[in-house]
Design a protein around this ligand. Sequence first.
Ligand SMILES: NC(=O)c1ccc[n+]([C@@H]2O[C@H](COP(=O)([O-])OP(=O)(O)OC[C@H]3O[C@@H](n4cnc5c(N)ncnc54)[C@H](OP(=O)(O)O)[C@@H]3O)[C@@H](O)[C@H]2O)c1
Length: 262
Amino acid sequence: METGLKNRVAIVAASSQGLGRATAEAFAAEGCRVAMCARNKETLSAAAEKIRSQYKTDVLAEAFDVTDAPAVRDFVNAVVQKFGSADICVTNAGGPPAKGFLATTIEEWKRAVELNFMSAVYFAHQVIPHMQKKKWGRIIAITSITTKQPVADLVYSNAVRAAVVGLVKSLANEFGKDGILVNNVGPGYTATDRLKELARSRSAASGQPEQEIFEGWAADAPLNRLGEPRELADTIVWLASERASYITGQTILVDGGLYKGL
Ligand SMILES: NC(=O)c1ccc[n+]([C@@H]2O[C@H](COP(=O)([O-])OP(=O)(O)OC[C@H]3O[C@@H](n4cnc5c(N)ncnc54)[C@H](OP(=O)(O)O)[C@@H]3O)[C@@H](O)[C@H]2O)c1
């Protein structure tokens, strides 16, 4: 399938491992120039170097926290200075802690809003003017199945990610005239370190062995297995491509059928 993405500039936030990293790699495989970030410099540099050498493409990697608005601004400026544009922006961040409501704290609520909502605002704010100039752009938010179906003990995610869906729809409405398409992808249970972290915390709370927790998650989906990061990444690449040129304002789940609604 011809994606039309060769030489496009793809920013992928929170991308030293897991879903972000798989996405950065998938764009590099399409011939995009890629900009990556994460907090830990060593892990990020190693991931960037691997992608650079494997796909023989330009990669810009900078270590910062996506909740730091001035750092996001400086990063996007650096991307545009180096590559000349910011065509595609995938917003992403680490997940919030797994908790039921009464275990939550006000400080953690504020942190979840910063991490999983405001970080998307910061990126969108910076990239949209560049996309408007080119009359072409793609913003894709990585969120969660929780945008459609709340998950027990993930109350921060259940609540905060809904705001991202509102943002995505609003941006799609406002900037469609500029050729900017804005969508949201919601992973189901996908085999990354984040999922191991969730299994650990659930196991600590319930006493159920982690292996059983993984098996339960896999069995919840009609496809009867966990997702692979590459499966989410391929969906994001498709959404960014010319093959998805009439899709905007949508939430697309990549969940093996886990979502139970119509
Ligand atoms: N995996 C799943 O099954 C699943 C399902 C639904 C939703 N999600 C959501 O999808 C997102 C990505 O998940 P994942 O499984 O890929 O997680 P992961 O394996 O833990 O990877 C998270 C990545 O984000 C970076 N990161 C975390 N916090 C950051 C911050 N404040 N600033 C900059 N970079 C940051 C991490 O690097 P540093 O630590 O070095 O910063 C790492 O590169 C999360 O929000 C998660 O909740 C995942």
